[in-house]
Ligand binder design. Structure first.
Ligand code: ATP
Length: 240
């Protein structure tokens, strides 16, 4: 498989802080790759760089052979680079359905609102929320807000889906449901970058792991090998 999404020597600085430091890696089409690292390691910033929210200060992002380093978030979405947010913030007054329809419109595929709603129903059915499609998003429980976020990102018709702590705050049963959804999304050929603090979760679905520490990539590869890597163990122990 050839590289699908590639980062070349990417750095991102905020004032004096180097949140991402000279990071290079590639994702292959259809892979599930876990992105782990202690708090403040730069994981969310990396997703923000890839999706154009905070473009790289240095280095290049290449997607399907095209340089996309300076793209805007809506351009990233239209190219199929979709993400969920760590802090889930649906439009609270809008219905569950219209939150997802908004995602479909942002992704740019439907012709208008009616078609966007049709797409939204399909994605809501996939995550199990269609029965409450007409409720206001503000009324949802945390697990359902996470599912809504997933449906919204799927409505963007993603090629690469970056999931930022979609399991945080969920109980074991809810995590199992979320993992099942992640596997089914992957079966559609969507490449997944999974940011996750729960090691059991990340180990159970990831085919490869990337480890960030102080903004730098300190390990990459087969999950079992990576978690036993001396640098990785030290990075995590140093946090405690
Ligand atoms: P966590 O696991 O806690 O979510 P993370 O690995 O996602 O952490 P980031 O949120 O990417 O880490 O933060 C990396 C560093 O960049 C931190 O020092 C953070 O304070 C800084 N940072 C992130 N975004 C900004 C910003 N918009 N402005 C200034 N500093 C930022």
């Amino acid at each position: 498989m050839s590289d699908y999404l590639r980062l070349e020597n990417v750095s991102k600085t905020f004032g004096g802080i180097r949140a991402v430091n000279d990071v290079s890696f590639a994702l292959k089409q259809g892979e599930i790759v876990g992105l782990i690292g202690p708090n403040g390691a730069g994981k969310t910033t990396l997703v923000n760089v890839i999706t154009g929210v905070h473009p790289a200060s240095l280095g290049r992002v290449i997607f399907q052979g095209e340089e996309v380093t300076r793209q805007k978030p809506f351009q990233a979405a239209r190219r199929g680079l979709a993400r969920t947010f760590q802090i889930v913030q649906p439009f609270p007054e809008m219905t569950v359905l219209d939150n997802v329809a908004a995602g479909a419109l942002f992704g740019g595929s439907p012709e208008g609102l009616a078609e966007a709603r049709e797409h939204a129903h399909r994605h809501l059915a996939f995550v199990g929320l269609d029965p409450i499609a007409d409720q206001p998003a503000a009324s949802l429980t945390l697990p359902n807000r996470k599912r809504l976020e997933l449906a919204k990102s799927l409505a963007m018709n993603p090629k690469v889906l970056m999931l930022d702590e979609v399991n945080a705050g969920l109980n074991t049963g809810e995590i199992d449901t979320a993992l099942d959804l992640i596997r089914r999304i992957s079966e559609r050929g969507i490449t997944i970058l999974l940011i996750e603090h729960l090691m059991k979760v990340v180990m159970s679905v990831s085919q490869r792991l990337l480890v960030l520490h102080h903004g730098a990539l300190i390990a990459e590869g087969e999950p079992q090998k990576v978690v036993n890597d001396q640098h990785v163990v030290e990075a995590y122990l140093g946090e405690k």
